[in-house]
Write a protein that binds this ligand. Structure first.
Ligand code: TPP
Length: 332
């Protein structure tokens, strides 16, 4: 497993970028927490968030060129959307299904991120369907000779779907510029990974499709970024796909409709809380003299204020006009 770097700037990120990575993780956490809270307040029917997985999401997306490369996230990827340039306001408008939200104008389920200008492509609700979409897009980029890569994110459960194997096989045969990111948070709702795969590291499957698979500590943002950067470079060189398995943990229930006490112990959740990627990265930066308490508090405050302002704006924003209900459904 690739582990934390000796020097924080070893990977070419500047001090400002390192603080930006931390901020994106904090903002992702704050958005997720607010969405859950709004759900409990009865203001949103459903919330699915990714607290605990911020290092994996931010670290991988940070290796892409936003607006040039193609992103195919899944429902938990608040950190991916924010890293690629969506704002807390974009996400709150989407979460509260407001008419002006760029993802679907209030039509899609929450957390089906999309943003045409950022090349974030809307996913479908069935698990793993974004994987062949990413591969198809990478095929198009290759046929057109364009310097673009596609990245797709999914959970450990998604690796059991046929879509995953079909996507990997096609990507391997055609050496496509695509990166598969498995956010292995150890559960598919209540199903533990040991009931999902007979291998210790799902990344080994990549070998069967003819390209490298790497397993990284998904709570170590620099380890994740390092693996993603290498995979992106490889894809841009024309050497084909990479599968990155990031071992992580979701610290919250699957969705607002899930009671995780029924399938995992509080001790296990507590144990993983101690490996929370945000305090861990903070401590790492502090240890290297790149962060002090004051800057950390300022960043946390900035994230909280961004989420407050986004919530206030989105709550006041109008719902979609009922006249538009059939828009994009029938040819006009
Ligand atoms: C084809 C399909 N089957 C079942 C579901 C219901 N479902 C939604 S999320 C989920 C679990 C997916 O787990 P995983 O891929 O590990 O991602 P995680 O939610 O753990 O991040 C399931 C079974 C679905 N959306 N699509």
């Amino acid at each position: 497993m690739v582990s934390v770097r000796e020097s924080p700037t070893e990977l070419g990120l500047s001090n400002d970028q390192l603080l930006d990575v931390l901020y994106k993780m904090m903002l992702s956490r704050a958005v997720g927490q607010r969405e859950r809270m709004l759900n409990r307040m009865g203001k949103a029917p459903f919330a699915v968030t990714g607290e605990g997985q911020e290092a994996t999401q931010v670290g991988t997306a940070y290796a892409l060129v936003s607006g040039k490369d193609w992103a195919f996230p899944y429902y938990r990827d608040i950190g991916v959307a924010l890293t690629l340039g969506q704002t807390a306001r974009d996400l709150m408008l989407e979460f509260l299904a407001r008419g002006e939200n760029v993802s679907s104008g209030g039509r899609n389920m929450p957390s089906h991120f999309s943003d045409p200008k950022l090349r974030i492509v809307s996913g479908s609700a069935p698990v793993a369907t974004q994987m062949p979409h990413a591969v198809g897009t990478a095929f198009a980029s290759k046929l057109r000779g364009l310097d673009e890569v596609s990245m797709t994110w999914f959970g450990d459960g998604a690796t059991s779907k046929g879509d995953c194997h079909e996507a990997m096989n096609f990507a391997g045969i055609h050496k496509l510029p695509v990166i598969f990111v498995c956010e292995n948070n150890q559960y598919a709702i209540s199903v533990h990974w040991t009931k999902q795969m007979a291998v210790e590291n799902v990344a080994v499957r990549a070998q069967g499709y003819g390209f490298p698979g790497v397993t990284v500590d998904g709570n170590d943002v620099l380890a994740v970024y390092g693996a993603a950067r290498e995979a992106v470079e490889r894809a841009r060189r024309g050497d084909g796909p990479t599968f990155i398995e990031a071992k992580t943990y979701r610290l919250v229930p699957h969705t607002s409709d899930d009671d995780d006490r029924r399938y995992r112990s509080r001790e296990e959740v507590e144990e993983w809380s101690e490996k929370d990627p945000i305090p861990r990265f903070q401590a790492y930066l502090e240890g290297h003299g790149l962060l002090d308490e004051k800057t950390r508090d300022e960043l946390a405050k900035k994230a909280a204020q961004a989420v407050d302002a986004a919530t206030e704006y989105a709550e006041k924003a109008p719902l979609p006009d009922p006249e538009t209900a059939l828009g994009h459904v029938f040819a006009e």
